[in-house]
Design a protein around this ligand. Structure first.
Ligand code: SF4
Ligand code: SF4
Length: 414
């Protein structure tokens, strides 16, 4: 499979664990659960094919080249294969290690524009919330001037929401029942979801506080891209931003998955204790008494991969929504929607092809209602990706906030 321009690389430089590589018995049971295999039908776009390619490169039997990079970067990192694998192959760890090795290897095959965009995004914007907010205001202005194409993946930004900081009514840090982690892009682009989450948490009888300085970005996107040193730096700041022992509620499935893995990423006792405090929003709310009223409305549940396959907490979303909504299920065994963090930007065609399948599944699930589907998604990236395809997507926190205050059906039928 290895063709094209070559980079010199020593055997073993991918740094993969031979036992992890060897645990794949090539049975192929993961293939139907792989979105890139489903849309391409190519072995190299499957988990089994990727593991075989990793093994060849790691053993020095094949070089890193454009085809290898392409096969690795075409993986959405959804980890659907890991959940389906009967041999418990730790595919996520293998892919993360491979991405880190590729990131450290010479980068001349990556166009300068992409490298500049990565530097701008990963180093300049995401770790610094004020800069991200300034860029978001510029994006808002560009939207108003009609300079941003509708399908650019940017949500409709609202000045009123951007200008209003997130302010829980709760106790001072240290005395709160829970922290709510707002994150970077989600706080800039989807702050109303956090407002809904605060309303629900407070309705459940808890006081909520936000992280202190340094809690700007959890580093999940950096980790995905193999930028592990940056991810560790950000993780350390996030850990320090939420002292004490209060639970840390995260309403982004991707951020929550990353923060639950800080123990492994940082390898310190402090990070392990921190990770044990992290809970997905639905996991936390499930244990609270919420007075919800049935809305009489139906929603199609979309499982973000990092909630279903990594946090294994997709059931919590159903538990919290079911008292207020009729839940409709897709029939695709939780197949990825193709968002994958920055994947939707870096691999737009593959990402859109994967999404087309999901959109069709969602439409099928909603058919009995005879209405356009409302989708419940607990991950901001999935929500943006599906919204760009014309779907109405709402976070479980928003749906619950509507059900708390539901006066009539219009509050949930927007
Ligand atoms: S990753 Fe697991 S399911 Fe997939 S081919 Fe290997 S052993 Fe089989
Ligand atoms: S992580 Fe997802 S896209 Fe990547 S090989 Fe596994 S199933 Fe396929």
């Amino acid at each position: 499979m290895v063709t094209g321009a070559r980079e010199s690389i020593a055997p073993g430089v991918l740094g993969l664990d031979p036992a992890e590589l060897g645990s794949c018995v090539a049975c192929g049971l993961c293939l139907p659960h792989c979105p890139t295999f489903r849309v391409t039908g190519l072995e190299i776009a499957s988990p089994r094919g990727r593991i075989a390619a990793m093994r060849l490169v790691d053993e020095g039997a094949a070089p890193i080249d454009r085809a290898f990079r392409d096969a690795m970067e075409a993986c959405v990192q959804c980890r659907g294969c890991e959940a389906a694998c009967p041999s418990s192959v730790p595919f996520g760890h293998l892919m993360e290690s491979t991405r880190a090795a590729l990131e450290a290897a010479p980068r001349r095959e990556r166009p300068w524009r992409r490298r500049a965009a990565e530097w701008w995004g990963y180093r300049v914007l995401l770790p610094h919330h004020r800069r991200l907010m300034a860029a978001t205001w510029l994006a808002w202005a560009a939207q108003r001037l009609g300079l941003v194409p509708r399908r650019a993946g940017l949500p409709r930004l609202r000045a009123r929401s951007l200008a209003r900081p997130l302010r829980p009514t709760g106790a001072p840090a240290g005395a709160a029942d829970v922290y709510l982690y707002p994150g970077c892009v989600m706080d800039a682009w989807q702050r109303d979801v956090h407002r809904a989450a605060v309303a629900v948490l407070e309705a459940g009888g808890g006081s909520v506080v936000l992280p202190g300085p340094g809690g700007d970005c959890c580093g999940a996107l950096h980790q995905h891209a193999g930028r592990l040193d940056e991810a560790r730096r950000l993780a350390g700041r996030v850990v320090a931003s939420m002292p004490g022992d209060a639970p840390i509620v995260v309403d982004s499935a991707g951020c929550g998955a990353a923060m639950k893995s800080y123990g492994d990423l940082l390898g310190t006792p402090e990070a392990r204790v921190f990770s044990a405090r992290v809970r997905d929003f639905a996991e936390h709310v499930r244990e609270r008494d919420l007075a919800l009223r049935p809305t009489g409305r139906a929603v199609v549940v979309q499982d973000p991969c990092h909630l279903r396959h990594v946090q294994r907490a997709a059931g919590a979303v159903r538990d919290v929504l079911s008292p207020a909504y009729e839940l409709l299920e897709t029939d695709d065994d939780g197949l990825c929607c193709g968002a994958g963090g920055t994947y939707q930007l870096l691999r737009p065609e593959l990402s859109a092809a994967i999404r087309d399948r999901k959109v069709a599944e969602i439409a099928r699930a909603a058919e009995p209602t005879g209405r356009a589907p409302v989708v419940a998604s607990a991950n901001p990236g999935c929500a943006l990706h599906l919204t760009a395809a014309g779907l109405e997507v709402r976070h479980p926190a928003e749906l619950l906030a509507d059900a708390l205050s539901a006066r009539d059906e219009r509050t949930v039928d927007r």
